[in-house]
Design a protein around this ligand. Structure first.
Ligand code: 9PG
Length: 492
């Protein structure tokens, strides 16, 4: 039976429970349809995890399934990626005909929304959920009202300024070794930053989290060298991911997340092989996660970049029958508790389940020393693929998360070598860091000429003042920057 809702002069109907709130309504239900008194022309869709497309899109947009399908879990929620039309994780917003913003945002996990004509259809995979419906004069206020509720329900972290980070990924990728990192550390001696973070490439395998042969003295020795240089040691870890080549996979086949036909659930494809997920509700897996985290901490790493975290929230049959995002949050809570006061940068992570647990969140896909890989983005319909453009688009649409956590837009580039970026495109990566308030790079100073070194020093020494002038317009250091031309999705 439809209930009438009144938001200022807008009359809506909904076929579920509704309770008035000062800023709108609290809706409650497992599945409901909200009927609007107008047909929206655009829709704010929010992607599932760090890398997933978030943007204002024309309402007729069809998020075609990406190609190849093998990569689906790395792109967005694989359960819905085959669906036609416009769906969104947890929240969605539409402009009213006179330019105000109506936002529907879930206050519980495992929740999705679709826009169909003048209907917003909302559902929860794991029982009843609460939702905030709010109408505000502009999008900033609508998102702020939602963020307020999330802060109250999930908590917030990252209230002091974010650490300044050097990260090994976007220069050396997996080709890291102790001598190269020691050389890099020494070359950074005169630069003002806090964290020296070792990324993917130190481990024996995905699942076997011990130093490989390129780190013969072990990870503790390197952490000690980083500490001796006056920096915080940082380390990358994909806690919920397993590769079939690992010892972990061979020794504990019963720890894998499996589907209805008992096949391991695909977490995608990377490092040239299929990747799988652990069932983090299994008590033995939880024990192993804690042991592994304590080992990394005992080596001296006080900053952890936890990656590919969506793996714990993939659809599957779990030891404990709880919602898949609840399962992820439970596992993150476990790690959060055991990590003590270590800084946790969460990456490849479904956003809502991470709130209150993450010190920092990666809020966009990987950047790269190039603007866009046209073939992957356009023909593959993969807006989560690496590149400055895709990272810029999703990051700018996730800035409303800033009251809840540090927001990491991925690294800025200063180098002209080993890069296809123009100086203007490099400036975009620097501007984005200032806008998001998180200053990281992967450039080793010995790849930089003297003016580039100077630019990196300035980047870390003086965070530029930023004023938001519009949805995609900013004043940065007295320069006006407008990203509007880059925000429309290309058509195949
Ligand atoms: C290390 C990297 C870096 C990076 C992370 C993450 O195949 N994929 O779809 C895919 C997506 C992201 C990705 C790697 C592969 O990057 O975001 O910063 O830590 O892992 O492997």
């Amino acid at each position: 039976m439809p209930t009438s809702l009144q938001l200022d002069e807008l009359s809506l109907t909904v076929d579920t429970e509704a309770h008035p709130l000062p800023e709108g309504y609290l809706l409650r239900g497992q599945r409901f349809t909200l009927t609007l008194p107008f047909t929206p022309t655009t829709f704010y869709r929010h992607g599932w995890h760090s890398w997933s497309l978030s943007a204002w899109l024309p309402s007729e947009t069809n998020l075609h399934a990406p190609f190849p399908a093998l990569h689906a879990p790395q792109i967005d929620d694989p359960l819905y990626l085959q669906d036609e039309g416009l769906w969104s994780a947890w929240l969605g917003a539409v402009p009213t005909p006179d330019g105000r913003v109506l936002l529907l945002g879930a206050l519980d996990l495992d929740t999705r929304i679709r826009l169909e004509g003048d209907h917003l259809i909302a559902w929860c995979e794991s029982g009843n959920a609460r939702w905030l419906l709010t109408l505000a004069a502009d999008e900033h206020r609508a998102f702020a009202a939602y963020a307020n509720h999330l802060a109250r329900l999930f908590g917030r972290r990252g209230l002091s300024p974010a650490p300044r980070v050097w990260c090994s990924w976007y220069s050396f990728e997996t080709q890291i070794a102790a001598p190269l990192l020691e050389q890099t550390l020494a070359s950074l001696a005169d630069f003002p930053f806090e964290v020296f973070q070792i990324d993917d490439g130190w481990q024996q395998d995905i699942g076997d989290w011990e130093a490989n042969e390129r780190f013969p003295e072990g990870m503790a020795a390197l952490a000690q060298a980083i500490r001796a240089a006056g920096r915080t040691p940082g380390l990358w870890w994909a806690p919920f991911l397993v590769r079939a080549t690992s010892r972990l996979y061979r020794e504990h086949p019963d720890w894998l997340l499996r589907d209805e036909s008992n096949q391991p659930v695909s977490a995608g494809h990377n490092w040239g092989t299929p990747i799988y997920a652990l069932d983090t509700t299994h008590p033995e897996v939880q024990g192993w996660l804690l042991d592994t985290l304590r080992r990394l901490r005992s080596w001296g790493f006080d900053y952890l970049k936890l990656d590919f975290l969506y793996a714990a929230a993939l659809p599957g049959r779990r030891h404990q029958p709880i919602g898949r995002e609840a399962a992820l949050r439970q596992a993150l809570q476990l790690l959060r508790q055991a990590a003590g006061d270590a800084y946790l940068l969460l990456c490849g992570v479904p956003i809502l389940p991470a709130l209150g647990l993450a010190d920092g969140l990666r809020i966009g896909p990987d950047t790269a020393p190039y603007w866009d890989n046209f073939y992957i983005t356009l023909y593959g319909r993969n807006f989560a693929s690496p590149g400055v453009l895709n990272a810029l688009r999703t990051t700018l649409h996730r800035l409303w998360l800033r009251p809840l956590t540090h927001t990491d837009p991925d690294v800025a580039f200063f180098r002209s070598r080993f890069s296809l970026l123009t100086p203007e495109q490099r400036q975009v990566t620097v501007d984005l860091a200032h806008i998001a308030g998180f200053h990281a790079t992967s450039d080793p100073p010995f790849w930089l000429d003297p003016p580039e070194q100077e630019a990196l020093r300035r980047f870390w020494a003086q965070p530029a003042p930023v004023e938001r002038l519009g949805r995609y317009r900013f004043r940065i250091d007295n320069r006006e920057v407008d990203f509007t031309p880059w925000m429309t999705l290309p058509h195949p």
